[in-house]
Design a protein around this ligand. Sequence first.
Ligand SMILES: [Fe+2]
Ligand SMILES: [Fe+2]
Length: 396
Amino acid sequence: MGMGMDLNKRGESGESSGESSHYLDDAFELNDVLSPVQRLIAIHDEIRHTQSLADVTRIAIALFDSKSRRLKTFIRSGTKDSPLDHYTASLDDIPSLLEVAKLKRPRVVDDLGMFHASPSVHSTKLLSHGFRSSLTVPIFHHGELFGFLFFNSEKAACFTDVVAHQLIPYARTIALFAINEMQQIRVLQAAVKTAREITHLRDDETGGHLDRMARYSRLMALNLAAKQGFDDEFVEYVYQFAPLHDIGKVGIPDNILLKPGRLTEEEFAVMREHVDKGIAIIDAMRRDFDLDSLSHVQMLRNIVAYHHEAIDGSGYPKGLKGHQIPIEARIVSVADVFDALTSARPYKHAWSPEAAFEFLHSAKGLRFDPDCIHALEEGMAEIRAIQAQFAESPLG
Ligand SMILES: [Fe+2]
Ligand SMILES: [Fe+2]
């Protein structure tokens, strides 16, 4: 009752004050999906328009990967070219950040130049780009370290207590949207994992394959970044979405999926349907999980749809050629095949990386993007580290 009365009242007052109403400049369209970078830039704009915060010229987030204990740059704002793009480091090698994480408290550095005794790569790079002071905020989610938020200024001692306190609500907002974005990806990955388990999917895609091929994809995206103009956000999404490439296999019958020997032509035709089934699953998830609020969903769809296309047009399902195939799909297909070649399967031994590259090169220009092969080959040391960390257990 009370609510109804309130509603009526509002209606009346709305009508009576009609003449004094006006429109605001900003319309917002809720279907507009901003990527994390775009959101960060929007918040930074707001911060810069606050007079006391006008000297904050760079905001950045680095994500913490608890499996490898590495930090990786993710998104940043600021017009200057960034000192730390495509940067990763072990958290344990950065004592100052380790300390911030342990204390779980933001830290202010008034003059980055004062760290002469043991300058970290991080502060040295910032200094060389003219940044003088910083506020570092550790981000935790469910008690686990999620990453760090960095505010930088070209002015020394920019982050007074007053400024730091003004920035904290913004820091919360930024941390929240970053966590929310990653959380959505995790929900998606968990949904796919559950679907695989329910359908007893036990094919080559189990074990370390997904861990390794996601990291190979990331490595390639990083090594291609300068040439292709990828930012760290792009690199991170390739890494997050790569393991979902074969999501459509949950729809392939066991007798074909798990068949130990070679597939017949007919069986292979059924197997190829995993791509269309995967697209259907992504589209259903977009609808049912409200995935459209997740940015870069198109990249995910491209990876699922085109990871079996070949440069020469001999792939499936569309027979696209060369640059018609989105770069994220070209990356994932090389990572996927490289890992298949270098892994032991019931019917074959694991190839050495060298032998695998020889094979990829021999098919170069035919099936795989040569730039992608080179991008992977450049990272031989990382390949070996990934193989060592995500080795198959002898028990399979
Ligand atoms: Fe596939
Ligand atoms: Fe795969």
